[in-house]
Ligand binder design. Structure first.
Ligand SMILES: *Cc1c(COP(=O)(O)O)cnc(C)c1O
Length: 385
């Protein structure tokens, strides 16, 4: 028998989340962001679930090739554009839309020989200071692109640094409007957080719908069932369902006496007699090693659908959990093989959102999902139960 750990991908929940994002931005076309192997869910599975999206957005050219190979004829957007001049050949061959965020990418396009008109998303650096033209250079880039025979259509995009947080987006929206108000072209501003929190905010600009979420949104994390603004918002409050369950089983049960310790570094000390369960999941499976399990702070886990907590340090292949709440509710010590859900949905229906685990481990659900290791077998659940 293989190790009992697995990642279950819930296609129906992914579909539900896409519908939820479409409802949040009814005037927008939706890019399903499937970079990083669809946030760890697998590009092919995500493609299966998100066929109803208007396009797929990603970074790696080989992921773009895989989506074309799966039969998708609609839009595919390279969110960072070409990495070198010859990437444009693939863009021409596969009809990939691509971001243009720097002068070099304009130069490559100008030198690119093609019969295929390219559709580009010209990116403004409105304050994030990662990618994009500074506002004073944006218009010149637009004018240059507009004069190229290689370019058929120019859309305008930017990316928010604080759509999920206190600072908000107003300063970046203002910078975007100042730089683009009289330029024609579809707009693409919102990530998941902006789509859920600010979709209806006004946006001034030439020939577009007038809402921040128009004309395109780029939905990532919310499609996978995590709240982009955790802990202010939650998956439940946004109506999102888990796209992935990471589950395993109990390998062993230990009966501790007061003063006994658990795991490397003896970070957990039993204050009273208690039962703990040993779970086949460790940091080599992608579970965060820094998730706390000591007497001052802990991390939620579902055992047999009942919420309990991590005890002791996470090791490479195993972690340990308090069985107290399970014994109290079921009236018996759980047997070897009992289901343990690290995040996602238990077969009894209880849900533990990856956001909660991430919060305990001082990270974000994005990182947890992307970190699920190669050695964890993936199972696809087609119909929701
Ligand atoms: C990853 C990414 C997104 C999606 O962000 P989420 O927070 O996951 O919704 C949107 N736009 C760009 C440019 C990205 O790189």
């Amino acid at each position: 028998m293989p190790r009992p750990i697995r990642a279950v991908i819930h296609l129906e929940n992914l579909r539900h989340n896409l519908a939820r994002m479409k409802a949040a931005a009814p005037h927008a076309r939706v890019w399903a962001v499937v970079k990083a192997n669809a946030y760890g869910h697998g590009v092919a599975h995500a493609f299966d679930a998100f066929r109803g999206a208007d396009g797929f957005a990603l970074l790696d050219l080989d992921e773009a090739q895989r989506i074309r190979a799966l039969g998708w004829r609609g839009p595919i957007l390279l969110l960072e554009g070409a990495f070198e001049a010859r990437d444009l050949e693939l863009c021409s061959r596969l009809d990939l839309w691509h971001t243009v965020h720097c002068t070099e990418q304009v130069d490559w396009l100008a030198a690119h020989k093609t019969q295929v008109g390219h559709r580009v998303f010209l990116k403004l650096n409105s304050g994030m200071n990662r990618l994009g033209f500074m506002p004073d250079a944006f218009r010149a880039a637009w004018t240059r692109l507009n004069a190229l025979t290689q370019v058929d259509e120019i859309s305008l995009m930017t990316h928010f640094s604080d759509a999920d947080g206190e600072r908000g987006i107003a300063h970046q929206v203002a910078a975007f409007e100042r730089a683009t108000h009289d330029l024609a072209g579809a707009r693409a501003l919102c990530n998941s957080a902006a789509t859920l929190r600010h979709a209806n905010a006004p946006l001034a600009g030439e020939g577009h719908h007038g809402q921040l979420s128009a004309d395109w949104v780029r939905a990532g994390i919310a499609l996978y069932g995590s709240a982009p603004d955790c802990p202010q918002g939650s998956a439940q409050s946004w109506g999102l369902l888990p796209g992935m369950t990471l589950k395993s089983q109990l390998l062993a049960v230990q009966h501790l006496q007061p003063g006994d310790t658990v795991g490397y570094g003896s970070t957990f000390i039993a204050e009273h007699a208690m039962h703990i369960g040993v779970v086949a999941c460790g940091y080599a499976d992608g579970y965060p090693r820094h998730a706390p399990g000591h007497n001052a702070a802990d991390t939620p886990v579902l055992v047999d659908g009942i919420r309990t907590r991590l005890v002791g340090r996470v090791s490479m292949d195993m972690l340990t959990v308090d069985l107290g709440p399970v014994i109290a509710q079921r009236g018996a010590i759980p047997a070897m093989g009992t289901e343990v859900v690290l995040w996602g949905r238990s077969s009894r229906g209880a849900v533990l959102c990856a956001d909660e685990v991430a919060l305990s481990a001082q990270t974000i659900a994005y990182e947890l999902m992307c970190a699920v290791a190669q050695r964890v077998p993936v199972e696809v659940e087609r119909a929701d139960s």
